[in-house]
Design a protein around this ligand. Structure first.
Ligand code: SAJ
Length: 414
């Protein structure tokens, strides 16, 4: 077997499950992360992120000696780079984490190694990553100048797993593999086939980069359509949830669900990479982003109108996570809404988030984290921001005397 030692650079929501998946196939896996706390936690067989089933996998991998974590890259046969790709000011992709990772890996590369970029990236990032490594290793050849005969093989294989279902989707999903050359792609396919049961389909690196961005932009545009419908229906006094349910009875219509906005750090970010690469052409994709990003402000205005009838309204925000039944508050529209309401009504905003034990620092002074029962007793206005499972079982009688703003259609869809 070509790949006996595999190194995963970046042990976050994607890197750690991927490292654990290789380790479960009895490969020697070296996980690398700049965060000493993450490294120490993993080496104890524990995890620093929340994802169902991941704790058991990591514990088994570490106890059986297949997975170790470190802060400094070590030699391996294959390197997977799974670091963040946020955007900086003006929605420009920030490749600094990829640059740092490729410069850290370059010194330990040897002839025959494979380097795969997993991070969601703008078109051209894989070529750029290879160029950064080539700069530090003039003694090795890379695909951009040596083609099929290169010493180092380089590919892009974007992750596509859904948070909350990562362990299953990692194994079952098809993978799009973009090699910088055909040989690079074939090597990467061999690597992924160690644990992937879905199909591994080969293409070039630029198409693979664009494919991942396209998947998330397609979902973003779909959600923007639903969110725009919710505004139109509010103006025309139509129940948007019923409308979508009826329209979806058409065999070729499949409208997504409106919500308080689009959160997480994928769908709200990736479409901007397309806009940045082709600003004149990506008109629909840009507009979808603007529609989805403006939804939290619209929700706040709705709450403000509803709260006007009370002198000192107590407002309960049900849910802070970016979607149902997860603990992830990153880029969450629910957090944005709760924070904005708290600025307008200091001391009067309660947050109910059953999946966390404490509020993030910037909300701690402004918002009170509260149990569901207590909030239902104290609140005048209830804003449903996330359709978490425990909220679905609230007896509707308890809401009868409250003003309820249901951004997820949880009650209408019950
Ligand atoms: N949302 C709606 N209405 C809907 C569906 C979603 O408002 O009908 C909202 C959610 O509440 C959430 C946001 O959109 O705030 C994103 O949630 P999501 O479940 O659509 O997606 P993510 O961000 O958890 O994961 C996505 C997935 N991409 C696609 O489904 C095309 C996942 O497969 C990717 O791997 C992931 O992004 C990623 O890492 O890029």
């Amino acid at each position: 077997m070509e790949f006996e030692t595999i190194s995963v650079i970046g042990l976050g929501y994607i890197g750690l499950p991927t490292a654990a998946a290789f380790a479960a196939r009895r490969k020697k896996v070296i996980g690398v992360d700049v965060n000493q706390h993450a490294v120490d936690t993993i080496n104890r067989g524990e995890i620093h992120i929340v994802e169902p089933e991941l704790d058991m996998l990591v514990q088994a991998a570490v106890t059986q000696g297949h997975l170790t974590a470190t802060t400094a890259p070590q030699p391996a046969d294959a390197f997977l780079i799974a670091v963040p790709t946020p955007f900086s000011d003006g929605y420009k992709p920030d490749l600094s984490y990829i640059e740092a990772a490729s410069r850290a890996v370059a010194p330990v590369l040897k002839k025959g190694d494979l380097v795969v970029l997993e991070s969601t990236s703008p078109v051209g990032a894989t070529e750029q990553m290879a160029a950064w490594m080539a700069e530090l290793r003039p003694d090795l050849t890379f695909p951009q100048e040596a083609g099929e005969a290169s010493d180092i093989r380089v590919a892009h294989c974007p992750e596509r797993v859904l948070p909350g279902h990562v362990i299953r989707e990692l194994v079952e999903n098809d993978r799009v593999i973009g090699g910088m050359t055909r040989r690079c792609g074939e090597a990467a396919r061999e690597l992924y086939q160690i644990f992937v049961r879905g199909e591994c389909i080969l293409t070039n690196a630029r198409t693979a980069e664009m494919c991942k961005l396209t998947e998330n932009a397609s979902r973003d545009v779909g959600i923007a359509f639903a969110n725009e419908l919710s505004l139109i229906c509010d103006r025309l006094d139509i129940n948007v949830w019923e409308l979508i349910r009826l329209a979806n009875r058409h065999p070729r219509v499949n409208i997504l669900q409106p919500g308080p906005g689009v959160g997480g750090h994928c769908i709200a970010v990736d479409p901007w990479f397309i806009v940045d690469s082709a600003p004149d052409e990506a008109r629909l994709i840009r507009t979808a982003r603007i529609v989805n990003d403006s939804k939290p402000h619209w929700v706040v205005e709705r709450v403000e109108r509803a709260a006007m009838r009370f002198k000192e309204p107590v407002i309960a925000c049900l849910g802070l996570a970016f979607k149902a039944d997860i603990d992830d508050l990153r880029e969450s529209p629910a957090v944005e809404i709760a924070a904005d309401l708290a600025r307008r009504h200091p001391g009067c905003v309660l947050a109910i988030e059953p999946n966390i034990r404490e509020l993030p620092a910037h909300l701690r002074d402004a918002v009170e984290l509260c149990a569901l029962n207590e909030a239902l007793l104290r609140a005048d206005v209830i804003v449903i921001l996330v359709d978490h499972a425990p909220f679905k079982s609230v007896d509707p009688i308890r809401l009868q005397t409250k003003v309820v703003i249901d951004t997820r259609g949880m009650l209408a869809r019950a």
